[in-house]
Design a protein around this ligand. Structure first.
Ligand SMILES: C=C(C[SeH])C(=O)N1CCC[C@H]1C(=O)O
Ligand SMILES: [Zn+2]
Length: 599
């Protein structure tokens, strides 16, 4: 009897799939144990389990590479073997693997437990990033208080992890080389399955940069009017501490002091949420209801039992929001230190989007339980939030009152608020990995980590630090993803493709028609459209079983990322900004300053 070699390989994959899924469940539970309760014991247990898992992965890898999978005809088992044949950090020696795990865990612990003293009370030194510092950065309109929080957070976080980070870079590159990649940046970029991916990203940035510069010039003018020439130079970069966010990555928290047409209905529903007694649980239930209205999956009971939706008292944990798949097709969780405000309502939708993706691909083989590429995973929830955030939808759920108006000034206000999140975010997301790719490639060396960070922040975002920075500082380490070794270009990809998905789903739902001006893209709400939901579900169920252009084609008919969806959505705002900035003969762009790098 001749055994079809591919049949034998298929059987091997089935065994591997079961074993990997079982062990991934154990490993993820140990990671959850540490992330939700930072102690020496939970850290030790997590390190033991991941060391064990790495040993298993190495043994399996030695078995897997014996199969001549390049010769197989079946594209599916070739793809599974291809993915299993990349060992990852488990390729390091046991002691280097353990060292790398310890470094990242230590950086996460320092970041997550960092405390800062209150600007107005030097004896009160228990302020955490979430919720206290995040809230002060969002609400304070005192440049001195904002500068204090901005500087002290970096002193308590980034500055403390510079040496760990240097060591982490070396070990990450060593692991990449053991996997036959030139360095860790190439290892990270493999997930996009495109040789020219970095060129694709650059081309997308070039497409949206003019819109960003118009928005930047307008915001700078409004901040100059509020804080004066001494604080905001009308032709220079914008001081980063004035923008309502610890990393100046989104500027929605300065909507109220820069709204184009004041006196209109307030589309920031934070006050209304508090007034109506919203709780974090109710925010997630509202999000679940939106998914279910599209005929997508409800959350399993275990989700509500096991998730952490509010910051627990009396213990340290990693508050940075995250969604978890425990790879047993049953246990899915969110951990989020939710505050009752509009920003966190959208973060809740973002995290629920991850859970929905997990639920949709839960019957795929373990190795395909991923997004088509990492950007897809980050986009799902945001696509829902593009509908939920419309004034039309907020009225449907009782968070905005009154009849919908087609007042063009109200439309500009809405698109401006959306732009402060979606347009503003793009150069930030680009810079985070431009900097890290250069660090991994050795173009940026540790003696100039901080200067190069601010050079890129100045060049792409047009922002500057409130005070001089030196190489004593390590500002990239004040951002979660940098110390937690989470790649970031995925969010840049997400913020582009989410508008392609939104446009396609809105057409499917009959809510948008490029030819019908009465149905503009920014007013589309796909709520209760099972047609749109069924189309999205078809893509989500694929996981990473096919290259991402195949997945994108299912929903949009396109096989390439393209910014036309975003530009279509923001067209009215772009036109208005150009007119407004021309009226005030605003200087578009910014003159460089030398604030960022005192040698
Ligand atoms: C909410 C998450 C968990 Se995947 C997150 O990290 N996000 C969501 C958008 C950008 C990025 C950030 O906070 O930096
Ligand atoms: Zn996410």
């Amino acid at each position: 009897r001749v055994v079809d070699p591919e049949q034998e390989a298929r059987q091997y994959l089935e065994l591997l799939d079961k074993e990997y899924g079982r062990r991934a469940n154990v490993e993820t539970l140990a990671e959850w144990g540490y992330a939700s309760n930072i102690t020496d014991e939970t850290l030790q247990y997590k390190l033991n389990v991941s060391a064990e898992h790495a040993k298993f992965q190495k043994q399996q890898w030695l078995e897997t590479i014996k199969y001549p999978w390049h010769t197989y005809k079946d594209p599916d088992i070739r793809r599974q073997f291809q993915k299993y044949s990349v060992l990852g950090t488990a390729a390091l020696s046991e002691e280097k693997f353990d060292k790398l795990e310890k470094l990242v865990s230590e950086m996460e612990s320092i970041y997550s437990t960092a405390k800062v003293c209150d600007y107005n009370d030097a004896t009160k030194c228990d302020l955490s990033l979430e919720p206290e510092l995040t809230e002060r950065l969002a609400e304070s309109r005192d440049p001195k208080e904002l500068s204090h929080i901005w500087v002290e957070w970096r002193h308590a976080s980034g500055e403390k992890v510079r040496s760990q980070f240097e060591h982490y870079v070396a070990l990450s590159n060593e692991a990449a080389v053991l996997n036959n990649f030139t360095d860790a940046s190439a290892y990270w970029l493999k997930d996009y399955e495109a040789e020219d991916f970095q060129d694709q990203v650059k081309a997308l940035w070039d497409q949206v940069k003019p819109l960003y510069q118009q928005l930047h010039a307008y915001v700078r003018r409004r901040l100059n009017e509020k804080y004066g020439d001494d604080v905001v130079n009308r032709r220079g970069p914008i001081p980063a501490h004035l923008l309502g966010n610890m990393w100046a990555q989104t500027w929605n928290n300065i909507f109220d002091i820069s709204v184009p047409f004041p006196g209109k209905q307030n589309i920031d529903v934070t006050e209304e949420m508090v007034k109506q007694g919203y709780t974090p649980l109710r925010m997630f239930k509202l999000s679940e209801e939106f998914f279910v209205s599209l005929n997508l999956s409800a959350m399993p009971e275990t989700f509500w039992k096991n998730s952490i939706l509010e910051k627990p008292e009396g213990r340290e944990l990693i508050c940075h929001a995250s969604a978890w798949d425990f790879y047993d097709s049953k246990d899915f969780r969110i951990k989020q230190c939710t505050a009752v405000n509009m920003e966190d309502l959208f973060t809740a939708h973002h995290e629920m989007g991850h859970i929905q993706y997990f639920l949709q691909y839960k019957d795929q083989p373990f190795i395909y339980k991923e997004g088509a590429n990492p950007g897809f995973h980050e986009a799902v929830g945001d696509v829902m939030a593009l509908s939920v955030s419309t004034p039309k939808h907020l009225r449907k759920v009782g968070l905005l009152d009154g009849a919908s108006t087609d007042d063009p000034e109200a439309t500009i206000n809405y698109l401006y608020l959306q732009g402060l999140q979606k347009i503003v975010f793009l150069p930030f997301a680009y810079v985070v990995d431009l900097w890290r790719w250069a660090v991994f490639q050795g173009e940026i060396t540790s003696d100039a980590y901080n200067c190069n960070w601010w050079k890129l922040r100045g060049q792409y975002q047009g922002i500057e630090p409130p005070v001089d920075r030196t190489e004593e500082d390590f500002d990239p380490g004040s951002k979660y993803h940098v110390i937690a070794s989470v790649p970031y270009i995925r969010y840049f990809v997400s913020f582009i493709i989410q508008f392609q998905f939104h446009r396609a789903l809105c057409i499917e739902a009959g809510e948008y028609d490029p030819q019908d001006e009465s149905k503009p893209l920014h007013e589309c709400d796909i709520y209760q459209s099972t047609k749109a939901g069924n189309l999205l579900s078809k893509m989500l169920q694929m996981g990473s079983s096919k290259p991402w252009p195949d997945a994108m084609e299912v929903v949009t008919g396109q096989r390439l990322m393209d910014a036309s969806g975003l530009l279509e959505y923001f067209r009215p705002l772009h036109k208005w900004l150009e007119q407004e900035n021309a009226k005030t003969s605003e200087y578009i762009g910014w003159d460089p300053t030398d604030k960022h790098c005192v040698q």
